[in-house]
Design a protein around this ligand. Structure first.
Ligand code: GDP
Length: 745
């Protein structure tokens, strides 16, 4: 077998610049922060996705250290890592908000977008995925694929993000790379392509074998950033050589399943030996970009083993921004950028993070939001280094820009130079992608997950009411999965969010950043109501307001869609022959009012005042008198929809959660016994090494405080994660209890 070493990726420090003495010891500053101009092919916009605790923060920190961006390494348990810069995150040791960090590795520019690991913040993950060109998925080497890995993997699938997997914590004695590959194949339903093998000395991880180059990689101490590469020989390293040869053959065989060119090469030379390292790199690059199989690397970030090789792999296998989001080239010479994050900085005010898909963003320019159909003047332009920003004149295509001074733009907005550049691009898209939906191609219809919990929020005194409103406005702009509503009946402000921790963190932020000591009411479950049967009805309003006559005559149906949440449009137009001519003559502004009226009518069900779902309003007919206001049309629709919902009668639906519980065998019985008292349905009980894995679904109302109970019944040895599954109808007697809980009597 021929071994061609990776000369292109020697681990000398040539990628680093000289660090001025004055800032050498100040950990946020280094000369690597000087903006370097790199070709778009050398940019990697990547995210790190992981189950909580897999080691994402530690791995990020090591990358920043090796790149020279920081001079010392922070540790998660010391609470001083760069990416976890929010105070709450430091205390809780988890990553919540995505921070973007730019650094350089071997003359390539990495824009690392930090993604949250906790399930309560999946909305954040979704927003971040929108702007990535590739991702590293971090696994815990002793756990393999865990519940949240699966969630983020599915999200990455939806966004078609090329991925490589990094199996961390290989220093742990219970780590097992083959078990991890097995869980990758089975659970993630991709083909794992193992590129490295762990080297153990006296049971401890001491290095890594590179299967491609047939080299032994030894990593020095934390301070020593170099990797010592020793070519394996059959004579000197018999066992390593044999293991690596076998792994290399297996890798080539797997790759030939996906890569015809490589398969032909193997057939024509009748041996696997003629496949060189550059051949393998080319093949791996192509299968990764086409997302048909996934390279697997390994290491121990904590012990400083494997991270440099992981960074090399990012350059080798993950794509540059070039060509990835081709539809945005429809903007021609104009800017096209997506806002994916808003933060509120004490000195600089709100800062919006943009990913540039086309053109460039220049200091002082106007930004036009396509979704909002409005322009705003930007303030300053920056590049982000975690909690530190460098002012620049221009940020070019493929990069991440940070803009101050914007008041209206929110996460998810797509911006360009002006309304006419937007229109021109839309026309180009219609021409180029015939039959495709422009909104979908531009990613303008991202769905926000349903909040499952809500609680009231009270200011300590009326004097801070308006400060609290401003705080909530800003927080909502930062995080669209937080909903803030005003309940007209109780006069209270109500927060709705994705989980207990989510709302807790919002309270902490209000206290810390805005110095308002708010009280949160008891956490309540966000139930839904669904109509039981179809109802058709008409309503005529004929009145006078001031001197103007108001007349609306409308016929609607309320149609339940059993079994699933109504997605998409709440309003359907009846274009049957009987009504088609009336429907096609409705003014667009009247349609907007009808839709608004329907949304308001569905906001509160008759039983427990919660949102009405699983149904659609069908408009058969409307007659509007001359001079009638849109407000009157909307109010008429609301009144009719509310009365139809009452007539139909509703069922209460409760949120059902998916749970994955990991427990040692000896505690399985008490865990299952406890679940049986929680109306849980056990879907599977499997085995992962010595741990039982219970997959189950249970109503959220039965899971309040579950973590404490699980800890008690398993003497602290079991753990779990959960994710929203769906809304389901409750039985009649449980419905009575739910109504009592909500009404308080
Ligand atoms: P995150 O939640 O994915 O960001 O994970 P962290 O980086 O916060 O790590 C979670 C815990 O695992 C911390 O206590 C880390 O010190 C520890 N950890 C991280 N990497 C490794 C590793 O390679 N080996 C071991 N044994 N522990 C690690």
């Amino acid at each position: 077998m021929k071994n061609i070493p990776l000369h292109r990726f020697t681990t000398s420090l040539d990628g680093f610049r000289k660090i001025p003495e004055t800032i050498k010891n100040f950990r946020w500053h280094s000369s690597a922060k000087v903006v370097q101009s790199v070709d778009i092919d050398k940019i990697r916009n990547i995210g790190i996705l992981a189950h909580i605790d897999a080691g994402k923060t530690t791995t990020t920190e090591r990358m920043l250290y090796y790149s020279g961006l920081i001079q010392q390494m922070g540790e998660v348990h010391h609470g001083n890592t760069v990416t976890d810069y929010l105070a709450q995150e430091r205390e809780r040791g988890i990553t919540i908000t995505s921070a973007a960090i730019t650094f350089y590795w071997k003359k390539n520019q990495f824009n690392l977008i930090d993604t949250p690991g906790h399930i309560d913040f999946t909305m954040e993950v979704e927003k971040t995925l929108n702007v990535l060109d590739g991702a590293i998925v971090v696994l815990d080497g002793s756990a393999g694929v865990e519940a949240q890995t699966l969630t983020v993997w599915r999200q990455a699938d939806r966004n078609e993000i090329p991925r490589i997997i990094y199996v961390n914590k290989m220093d742990r004695v219970d780590s097992d790379i083959l078990m991890c590959c097995d869980t990758i194949d089975k659970k993630l339903e991709t083909t794992s392509l193992l590129l490295q093998l762990p080297v153990l000395e006296n049971g401890k991880l001491s290095g890594i074998i590179d299967v491609l180059t047939m080299e032994l990689l030894n990593y020095g101490s934390a301070k020593d950033k170099r990797v010592n590469k020793i070519p394996l020989t059959e004579k000197q390293h018999c066992k390593y050589w044999n293991d690596a040869s076998l792994a290399r053959s297996q890798l080539i065989e797997k790759l030939t399943d996906f890569d015809d060119e490589l398969a032909n090469q193997v057939i024509s030379c009748e041996s696997l030996d003629c496949i060189s390292t550059p051949d393998l790199i080319k093949s791996l690059k192509s299968v990764t970009r086409n997302q048909v199989a996934t390279p697997v690397l390994l290491g121990s970030s904590y012990k400083n083993i494997g991270v440099q090789s992981l960074m090399d792999a990012v350059i080798l296998y993950l794509p540059s921004p070039h060509k990835r989001y081709e539809q945005f080239s429809a903007f021609e010479d104009n800017l096209c950028a997506r806002a994916f994050k808003v933060i509120h900085d004490k000195q600089r005010g709100p800062l919006v993070f943009f990913r540039i898909y086309n053109g460039s963003l220049k200091k002082g320019q106007k930004l036009y939001s396509i979704k909002q159909d409005s322009s705003e003047q930007m303030g300053k332009l920056y590049i982000a280094y975690a909690d530190d920003f460098e002012e620049v004149e221009e940020v070019t295509n493929g990069n991440i820009a940070v803009v101050s001074g914007l008041k209206k733009i929110v996460s998810g907005d797509l911006v360009t130079n002006s309304s006419s550049s937007s229109q021109k691009a839309k026309n180009n898209i219609v021409k180029k992608y015939k039959g495709s939906d422009v909104e979908t191609l531009l990613g303008l219809n991202v769905t926000i997950p349903e909040p499952v919990f809500f609680c009231s929020i009270e200011p300590p005194s009326l004097s801070v009411q308006s400060a609290l409103e401003q705080a909530l406005f800003e927080l909502q702009r930062e995080d669209p999965s937080l909903r803030v509503n005003h309940d007209p009946e109780t006069g209270q402000t109500v927060l709705a969010g994705m989980g207990e921790l989510h709302l807790d963190i919002i309270r902490d932020k209000i206290l810390r950043d805005y110095k308002i000591e708010v009280d949160l009411g008891p956490l309540q479950i966000a139930y839904r109501e669904a109509p039981v049967k179809e109802v058709t009805d008409t309503l005529t309003v004929d009145t006078k307001i001031g001197n103007s006559k108001q007349f609306v005559n409308i016929k609607l149906s309320l149609v339940p869609s059993f079994g699933k949440e109504h997605g998409g449009d709440i309003l359907k137009l009846d274009r049957s022959p009987e009504y088609a001519s009336n429907i096609s003559n409705i003014f667009p502004k009247h349609l907007v009012a009808i839709r608004q009226g329907a949304v308001v009518g569905m906001a509160h069900g008759p039983k427990i005042n919660c949102q009405v779902v699983n149904s659609q309003v069908v408009l058969h007919y409307i007659e509007v008198g001359r001079g009638t206001s849109e407000t009157m049309i909307a109010a008429t629709v609301t009144q009719l929809v509310s009365s139809m919902i009452k007539k139909a009668g509703t069922d209460i639906l409760e949120p059902i959660m998916d749970l994955e519980i990991l427990t040692p065998d000896e505690y399985l019985s008490p865990v299952l016994a406890d679940l049986s008292r929680r109306r849980a349905t056990i879907r599977d009980v499997g085995m992962r090494k010595n741990t039982k894995v219970v997959l189950t679904e249970a109503p959220l109302s039965e899971l309040m405080g579950y973590s404490t109970v699980l800890r008690t019944v398993s003497s602290g040895t079991a753990s779990f994660s959960m994710e929203f599954n769906s809304y389901k109808k409750m039985s009649a007697d449980l419905e009575i209890i739910a109504i009592q809980n909500v009404r308080g009597f």
